[in-house]
Each structure stands twice: as structure tokens, then as C-alpha cells.
Design a protein around this ligand. Structure first.
Ligand code: ADP
Length: 518
């Protein structure tokens, strides 16, 4: 658009003229009338009228004389600069003051015209108006850019060629926690992590030209926490095509990274659970078949009338033990399904723990002695416990069963110790031990340490059941183990039994593992 075209598009140009010399004012108005555009002209000759006029109208241009009786063109310029900087000022002056007038340009005047060369005024007006229109346009564009930057869901910032941050939008504040006032002027490396710095190829001369697109990296937020982002960046050029900096936009990926991690974990868990279930089914069908086959086979032998009475007695015992085994497996499956359904009811009552333990040990006596294992017992002379005796029996039973099952020689240790409000149990053995890398996986349902020969029967349910029951009783369970040396399971549960005075506990010590009771 040419200068005159842009002016021609205006309906009128409004002038406010500060001039005390009426003749000069008339002359100037005559010159202005030569402009193609309609003009609106207002003349004032003192400071007070000048300021009053500015309150009622907003002129497109102020024309100002340099020297009035009590006011100068410089005063008018200063006033406009601080109150209405968007209004252009053309200083009109006599030739003797041309030097001073030229200085007004440095102070913010848009142009000056010497009274003796007033023919220059229309072109000065056109230039100034054109500049004003361009300025307004660029202000509108930069305001629009600013609005876009402030409302975009992406963080956007710019840097100069040294990486110093030159602008920082609202979303950048939200994602990083760094406020624009604090971060502008800082080097953008302030918030980069090493990976991000290494990925920042924007100013790398080796990089093929073009934007940096969809690079995933992380940075450190204002609290030093690692955040994950997806960034795009490009170089910024000046009109001469020289690189003047870079612009980067990024979106927060932390939630996505977190979700992906959770999904991956859930997938791994589901796969592991699936694998365990398959292993369990294979295992359980073997575990159920073995006693079932014995029951079926020996039932047929009993039915065979040719067999002797004594032999039949032996068959009965085998059938009985097969039935017990079957019952125990089915029982564990039932218990686990109750636990998994969140249906573990705890029934507190006061009972004598020593009597309960005596009964449990009785059940394992046969297995212990048939394997020629020694049993060591550590227990207080008397101990009243307020808890759920059925659940405690089950836990001890499971752990005892495992200790005997996985030990071929040596001894089984069992004991418990009470303090004011809790009881801690241990069940130790000198068996095959649990490999060190297994950790708490041992408590996962269906988990069994790989036993290539499939020699030891089991379902992988005893420990998860025990753990769930201990936790339901408000306690915790853990173990120590060394391969080929032995294992010791511990569990500690609260004792709700309150006694006025607690007698010093005397122990009948036969065996005590490590110093866990310290
Ligand atoms: P099960 O004994 O029926 O297989 P558990 O859940 O009770 O199921 O035990 C899971 C696995 O933990 C066992 O298969 C075994 O590999 C290991 N384990 C448990 N107790 C012991 C122990 N005292 N000594 C060695 N390994 C053990």
C-alpha cells in the first residue's frame, strides 16, 4: 500500500494544533487543506486548553509550535509521551530553532517541519500517518500473537542465540513452575536435564536445516522434579535472514509417561498372573490327581475280596491320607477365594497360645519324625493371646508344613516371644532355602520356586494365604533364607490382651534363630 493510498482510506485526519500565532495557524491550516483527505482541525494556544482538548478528543496528529508564552513544544511532547504515546507529534518551528527541533526527534517527536518550508508539511503528515497505521497494525499483530501465546495449551518460549530466554508464556509457567519474571534473562539450560541439553540440537550447525520436531525429553521443574515433555523448536531469523534466536513449544507428557508406565506394569502383572495361573492349573491338576488316583486305586483294591484284611487296613490308611491331602488343597483354594473376595472375618478372643501350639505341633509330629528331623521349641511358660486362634493356627500350619516339606535333614525350629502388645513367631528349618533373588515374590499367589524335578508337592497358595491372614490380623510377615542352608519365616501380630502386671517371661529355650527377638 502506498503512502497516499493508506491515507486515502481514512475518513478524515483529526489535527490538534498547539500554536499561539494566529497567522501561522491560518497558514498551516491552509497547507493542511491541500491534503487529499478530509481534515478536522482544532487550534489551542496554551497548556490548559491543550490538555482539555486531549481529554475530549483523540487527535490523529498533534502539531506543536516550539515556543509559546508559558509552554514549549518540548513540554507538550513530554506530556504526550507519558500520557498518550500512540499520538504522533510533528513539531513546527522557525528556522532559527531548527537545531532544537531536530533534537525533539530524539525525544520522541515523529517529525519536524520548518515554518519557512511549510510545503513539506503534507508529505510529513502522510509519512507520519503511514507510520502510525503501520505501528497500529504491528501492535494489533503483536497483541494477537500475545493472545495466542497466552491461550495456547502449549508452553512456548523464545531464546536468543546464546540460549538466554527472551519470552515465556503462561503455559510455560504452569508446566515448569518458573515464572516469566524470574526465568526471562536466564539461560534455558537452567531447567534442562542432561538428556534434554544433549537433545537440544536447535543451534547445532551440523543439524540439517528445518525445525526440531516431536522430540521427547525431560527437564527439571522449579522444584527440581523431572517432568517429561514433547517439544518442537525452530530458529528465528531477522529481515536480513540472520539467525536471531529460537522458539520452542512443548507439551507436558508426564501424565502420559506415568500412564504408559502403569499400563506396562499392569501388562507385566497380567502376563505374570496368567503365567502363574497356567502353572497353577498344571500343578493343581497334578496335586489333585495324585491323592485322587490313590483314593480310586486303593478303593478298588479294598473292593477286591481276594485281599487280606490286614492289607485292606493299609489301603484304608493310604485312602485316608489321600483324602486329607485332597481336602487340604481344596481348603486352600477355598481360603484364597474368600481372601480375594475380601471376606476374611477376624474373630478375636482370649486363648492360651501354648495349648493352641501343642495341638498344631501334634499334627506335624508324624511328618517330622518320619523325616528324622529334630524339632526345637522356644516358648514362654504361659502366654494369653487376644486374637483369632483359627487364623493363627492356619498361618503356623502353613509355615510348618513348608518347613517340613522343604527340609530333608536337620531340624525345624519353632517359637514365639511376646512383649506388651505384640507376639512374634518364627518357624525355621535347615532345608533347601529360597534363592536370594526371589524376595517378596514368594508371597504371590501360585508362585513356587522352580523345581525342575517337580518333586515337592504344593500349590503356591500357602504363603499368600498366610500373608493375607497375618495382615488381616494387623501384623506383618517376612523371611530370611540362604540357599541350601535353610529358611526362617517370621510373623508378628498385635496382642490385644491387657494384663494388669506382666510377669517376667521365662523361656524354655531349646533353639533360637539369629537375634530377631532382640
Ligand atoms: P506350596 O508350598 O504349596 O508350593 P507356598 O505358597 O506355601 O506353596 O510356598 C510357595 C513356594 O515358596 C514353595 O513352592 C517353595 O518354593 C517356597 N517355600 C516356601 N517355604 C519354604 C521353605 N521353608 N523352604 C524353602 N522354600 C520354601
Amino acid at each position: 500500500m502506498t503512502i497516499s493510498q493508506s491515507i486515502g482510506n481514512l475518513k478524515e485526519i483529526r489535527f490538534l494544533h498547539l500554536e499561539d500565532n494566529k497567522l501561522d495557524a491560518q497558514m498551516i491550516q491552509l497547507v493542511l487543506n491541500q491534503l487529499d483527505t478530509k481534515i478536522k482541525y482544532e487550534l489551542v494556544d496554551n497548556e490548559s486548553d491543550f490538555k482539555k482538548a486531549l481529554k475530549t478528543t483523540t487527535p490523529d496528529i498533534v502539531l506543536s509550535d516550539m515556543n509559546l508564552p508559558d509552554y514549549t513544544g518540548l513540554d507538550a511532547l513530554e506530556y504526550l509521551n507519558s500520557h498518550m504515546p500512540q499520538i504522533p507529534v510533528i513539531v513546527i518551528t522557525g528556522s532559527i530553532e531548527e537545531e532544537v527541533a531536530a533534537r525533539t526527534i530524539q525525544l520522541g517527536a515523529w517529525d519536524y517541519v520548518v515554518k519557512e518550508r511549510l510545503h513539506r508539511l503534507p508529505s510529513a503528515v502522510e509519512n507520519v500517518m503511514n507510520l502510525k497505521i503501520e505501528k497500529e497494525k504491528s501492535n494489533r499483530v503483536s497483541k494477537l500473537n500475545q493472545n495466542i501465546l497466552e491461550t495456547t495449551p502449549s508452553a512456548v518460549f523464545t531464546v536468543d542465540t546464546s540460549g538466554t530466554i527472551t519470552s515465556w508464556n503462561k503455559m510455560a509457567e504452569t508446566i515448569t513452575g518458573f515464572m516469566a519474571d524470574d526465568i526471562i534473562g536466564e539461560n534455558c539450560k537452567t531447567m534442562r536435564s542432561d538428556i534434554c541439553i544433549n537433545n537440544c540440537l536447535l543451534f547445532d550447525p551440523e543439524r540439517p536445516p528445518g525445525p526440531v520436531q516431536n522430540v521427547e525429553c525431560d527437564f527439571l521443574d522449579v522444584h527440581g522434579n523431572k517432568q517429561f515433555i514433547l517439544k518442537n523448536a525452530d530458529l528465528l531469523f531477522n529481515a536480513k535472514g540472520e539467525i536471531i534466536g529460537g522458539i520452542e513449544s512443548f507439551v507436558d507428557q508426564s501424565e502420559k509417561v506415568k500412564m504408559t508406565k502403569e499400563l506396562q506394569e499392569a501388562k507385566n502383572k497380567a502376563e505374570e498372573s496368567d503365567r502363574l495361573k497356567t502353572a497353577f492349573l498344571a500343578n493343581i491338576s497334578h496335586e489333585i490327581r495324585t491323592p485322587l488316583n490313590a483314593i480310586i486305586g486303593f478303593s478298588e483294591l479294598i473292593a477286591d475280596s481276594e485281599n487280606e484284611h490286614d492289607a485292606k487296613q493299609g489301603f484304608f490308611e493310604i485312602i485316608k491320607s489321600g483324602s486329607d491331602q485332597l481336602l487340604s488343597i481344596l481348603d486352600k483354594i477355598m481360603q484364597l477365594s474368600l481372601i480375594e473376595g475380601g471376606d476374611v472375618k477376624i474373630d478375636h478372643k482370649v486363648f492360651d497360645l501354648n495349648i493352641l501350639v501343642k495341638g498344631i505341633l501334634q499334627q506335624h509330629k508324624t511328618n517330622i519324625s518320619s523325616k528324622k528331623l529334630k524339632l526345637s521349641l522356644v516358648q514362654p511358660e504361659e502366654l494369653s493371646l487376644n486374637s483369632d486362634s483359627t487364623r493363627i493356627s492356619l498361618i503356623i500350619d502353613n509355615l510348618m508344613e513348608n518347613a517340613v516339606k522343604f527340609t530333608d535333614e536337620g531340624e525345624i525350629g519353632f517359637g514365639y516371644e511376646a512383649n506388651n502388645d505384640s507376639v512374634m513367631f518364627f518357624i525355621s528349618d535347615t532345608g533347601c532355602g529360597i534363592p536370594a533373588n526371589i524376595g517378596d515374590k514368594i508371597f504371590e499367589r501360585f508362585y513356587r520356586v522352580k523345581d525342575p524335578a517337580h518333586l515337592t508337592p504344593g500349590s503356591g497358595l500357602g504363603l499368600p494365604i498366610s500373608k493375607a491372614l497375618v495382615e488381616a490380623l494387623g501384623g506383618k510377615i517376612w523371611y530370611e533364607s540362604e540357599e541350601n542352608k535353610g529358611t526362617c519365616f517370621y510373623f508378628k501380630i498385635p496382642n490385644l490382651y491387657i494384663k494388669e502386671s506382666i510377669n517376667p517371661i521365662t523361656y524354655s529355650v531349646l533353639h533360637m534363630p539369629s537375634n530377631q527377638f532382640g
